[in-house]
Design a protein around this ligand. Structure first.
Ligand SMILES: CCCCC/C=C\C/C=C\C/C=C\C/C=C\C/C=C\CC/C=C/C(=O)SCCNC(=O)CCNC(=O)[C@H](O)C(C)(C)COP(=O)(O)OP(=O)(O)OC[C@H]1O[C@@H](n2cnc3c(N)ncnc32)[C@H](O)[C@@H]1OP(=O)(O)O
Ligand SMILES: Cc1cc2nc3c(=O)[nH]c(=O)nc-3n(C[C@H](O)[C@H](O)[C@H](O)COP(=O)(O)OP(=O)(O)OC[C@H]3O[C@@H](n4cnc5c(N)ncnc54)[C@H](O)[C@@H]3O)c2cc1C
Length: 666
């Protein structure tokens, strides 16, 4: 059955004022990436092994086994099709299900590459890349996560046997959370306190074998399992996040990852002259990938909400004629279009961050560590900003879809449940923003000493102007001038950072000031991260962009992104004196105009994400708009509808009805 709603999307598509094909390439990053992504998405969508529409109805055991089958199928298909690394990781991505492969390829392998010596890489990487071993990354403990220096697990060198003894001294020291650890991994990189000659030498990574390669049973001294069911149905429960306790497990000395610190046969600890934070390198790498992933999750939710808002009609007709598409309501637009703009903003900042990460990596290889603090601040801050916004946005998209958004068949509840831990893993978002704030306060105090800021803090070099400037916006159109927008963002961020630095100096110690002012510091950090996103978006739309109308659409989205933030944080823009209340009103007026300009292009702007119906996994977001028939078909497939009279009728419904009948006769 095809209902009238299908026409709505065709109609919407005919209104597009830009070349959707060209926008697809911009979104993908290049024609090559588009081709690879498109091909891999279609392979997954057309393979029944990768079916995912039954996930929320499976019990934990079935669900987990189902994921094991899919991960094995990914490996099989990657080999059969002789996929490159780029293609294989896209294929795995579109399977759209957390699984041990992510931790193996995304953390275990990078940890060895980043922290292992050349010799260690030669030994372990071939085993890992052929998947003769499966690895994970165990840093977090039951009692310690954010505070890495507080980890309790010990790795004590025994010079008699030339081994390390890996030990969990307490319940709180059990490793707890690592993905892939609970049931699958054969090996792990464990982070532990290095102890040699009776002295502690800091936290380092150690490769430990967990399970037999013959029968998968835990090796002696290892107690291991899954930590239990997590939030939401389906969602992250496909992953075996695990616990492990080490009872004096012995590993050879050369299983310590020794790129930055070597322990000799005699137990001497030799530190190389690189910053000790290099041991945190895997986290920096993964944080950078999480920023790119945020735009995927956000755009997916927005795609569902935009298409459904074009289909859904409510009110607007007094005589039972055609009702108004909810996408036409300004309130719907004001909640949805900033999220659409944010998806594009995060896509571009994610691409830029990839570049920054590659640049820093190249410098580190040449022993230039000067850009490491900035790389840490950018990856930490943008990870925090983009994941927090994305998690909130998925929930907002659910509400934008009304009641049907609450159905699992909308795809949004599971997307939220699977995405929301991104605000916690790879560093709690508040903890990471405090790292950014620390970097900002340092930068501000160095300004006073005449040190020129570089990279993303270059704008702070314009200190005198940023402290005094008043916005020149005197009409709504002025808010379409990149220089006007950027100045407001930079002035707000700088003034907030300077106020924090000034107020901290009033306390007896910087630590006391930092602790007391942490709420303000987090706000200053967010403001700085928003400068980065806005300026990268502006830079992007100032480039040559091929395709009819593509650049114009991106400019509209860029200003929506910036102006909705001015509206959202108007308190800060006003209290720091960067803009006046009248200018805030003008910005809002411009924002309303921009919503009107996006409206006819909204469906095509989400089509540009090029998502298959399989990847979207949503009755509401289908490409053909056939929403109601799909909702009905999926309802009929629910296990509860397997029988007309439910299980439990005889036991629990009939007796109640009989009892009621008896009562009514009294
Ligand atoms: C064949 C088929 C193939 C298919 C392919 C398959 C798969 C696809 C492949 C890949 C998938 C890709 C990726 C996805 C992978 C995984 C993602 C999915 C799931 C997520 C799994 C989650 C994992 C985890 O969560 S791991 C655990 C993460 N834990 C944390 O993040 C802890 C957070 N805490 C910290 O980072 C630190 O404790 C702290 C808060 C930063 C504080 O550290 P501390 O040492 O105490 O420092 P401070 O005193 O605050 O600062 C001292 C000094 O150091 C500077 N600093 C801090 N951190 C860093 C850093 N990272 N780098 C550089 N510098 C740093 C800090 O600024 C300060 O400097 P200063 O002294 O100058 O001020
Ligand atoms: C789905 C998932 C997958 C994971 N996968 C892995 C994995 O593969 N490997 C691994 O090692 N770990 C993994 N983790 C663990 C994860 O990295 C930690 O949970 C994360 O780093 C947060 O640490 P925590 O749990 O100790 O939070 P806590 O630090 O206990 O946070 C609790 C609260 O305290 C606040 N807080 C903490 N410190 C401060 C501070 N200094 N100032 C202000 N507020 C503070 C936080 O903001 C938060 O609100 C995973 C976690 C999840 C949810």
């Amino acid at each position: 059955m095809v209902v009238a709603s299908v026409d709505n999307l065709a109609d919407e598509r005919s209104k597009a004022q830009f070349d959707v094909g060209a926008m697809k390439i911009v979104w993908a990053g290049s024609k090559h990436v588009f081709d690879v992504t498109d091909r891999m998405a279609r392979i997954v969508a057309s393979d029944p092994e990768f079916r995912k529409d039954n996930r929320t109805t499976l019990g934990r055991k079935e669900l987990f086994k189902n994921t094991l089958r899919k991960m094995a199928h990914v490996v099989k298909r990657a080999n059969e099709l002789r996929l490159t690394e780029e293609e294989a990781s896209k294929l795995r991505f579109f399977v759209d299900e957390p699984g041990y492969l992510d931790l193996h390829w995304g953390m275990f392998v990078p940890a060895i590459k980043g922290q292992g010596t050349e010799e260690q890489q030669e030994k372990w990487l071939p085993l890992a890349s052929r998947m003769e071993i499966i690895g994970c990354y165990a840093q977090t403990e039951l009692g310690h996560g954010s505070n890495v220096q507080g980890l309790e697990t010990t790795a004590t060198f025994d010079p008699k046997t030339d081994e390390f003894i890996i030990h969990s001294p307490s319940l709180t020291s059990y490793k707890w959370w690592p993905g892939g650890l609970g049931k699958v991994s054969t090996h792990v990189v464990v982070y532990a306190r290095l102890v040699s000659g009776g002295q502690e030498h800091g936290i380092y990574g150690f490769i430990v074998q967990l399970r037999s390669l013959d029968d998968h049973t835990p090796l002696p001294g290892i107690i291991i399992g899954d930590i239990g069911t997590k939030f939401g149905s389906g969602a992250y429960n496909t992953m075996d996040n695990g616990f492990v306790c080490f009872n004096r497990v012995r590993i050879p000395r050369n299983h310590m990852l020794m790129r930055f610190c070597q322990v000799t046969r005699e137990g001497n600890v030799c530190l190389s002259d690189v910053p000790k934070q290099m041991v945190y390198g895997t986290m920096v790498y993964v944080r950078q990938t999480i920023v790119s992933d945020a735009s995927w999750a956000l755009s997916r939710a927005v795609c569902i909400a935009v298409r459904y808002s074009a289909i859904r009609r409510q009110f607007g007709s007094q005589d039972r004629g055609i009702e108004t598409q909810v996408l036409d309501y300004k309130t719907q637009q004001s909640r949805l279009f900033p999220l659409l703009a944010s998806a594009y903003a995060f896509r571009f900042v994610g691409e830029w961050l990839k570049w920054l990460y590659a640049d820093v990596t190249e410098r580190l290889q040449a022993n230039d560590f000067s850009t490491l603090p900035e790389a840490h601040a950018c990856t930490a801050g943008l990870k925090s900003l983009t994941t927090s916004v994305t998690a909130d946005a998925i929930e907002e998209c659910r509400k934008l879809c009304g009641g049907h958004g609450y159905l699992c068949s909308s795809g949004l509840p599971e997307l939220f449940a699977v995405y929301v831990p991104a605000c916690t893993y790879e560093g709690d978002n508040v903890v990471l923003l405090l790292q950014v704030a620390r970097f900002l306060v340092k930068t501000v105090s160095r300004l006073a000493a005449g040190k020129k800021p570089v990279g993303t803090t270059t704008y702070m070099g314009n200190a005198e102007h940023l402290m005094q400037c008043k916005s020149s916006a005197s009409s709504p159109e002025d808010w379409l001038k990149p220089s006007v927008v950027l100045e407001a963002f930079e002035a707000r961020a700088f003034r907030l950072a300077v106020a924090c630095a000034r107020d901290i100096s009033k306390f007896s110690t910087p630590e006391a000031g930092f602790a007391e002012l942490s709420i303000d510091l987090v706000e200053a950090a967010i403001a700085h991260c928003e400068v980065i996103v806005v300026s990268r978006f502006i830079e992007k739309v100032q480039q040559d962009i091929p395709g009819d109308g593509v650049k114009e659409q991106l400019q509209i989205l860029c200003f929506i992104y910036a102006l909705h933030l001015i509206h959202k944080h108007s308190g800060e823009f006003l209290s720091t004196g960067c803009i006046t209340p009248e200018q805030a009103t003008l910005a809002n007026e411009q924002l309303r105009t921009l919503y009107g300009q996006v409206r006819p292009n909204a469906v095509s702007l989400v089509d540009a994400f090029n998502y298959t119906d399989h990847y979207l996994g949503s009755a509401l977001g289908r490409y053909d708009g056939n929403v109601y028939a799909t909702l009905y078909a999926q309802a009929l497939r629910d296990p509860l509808n397997d029988t007309v009279v439910p299980d439990g009728y005889e036991e629990f419904i009939r007796p109640v009805l009989k009892q009621t009948m008896r009562l009514s006769r009294l």
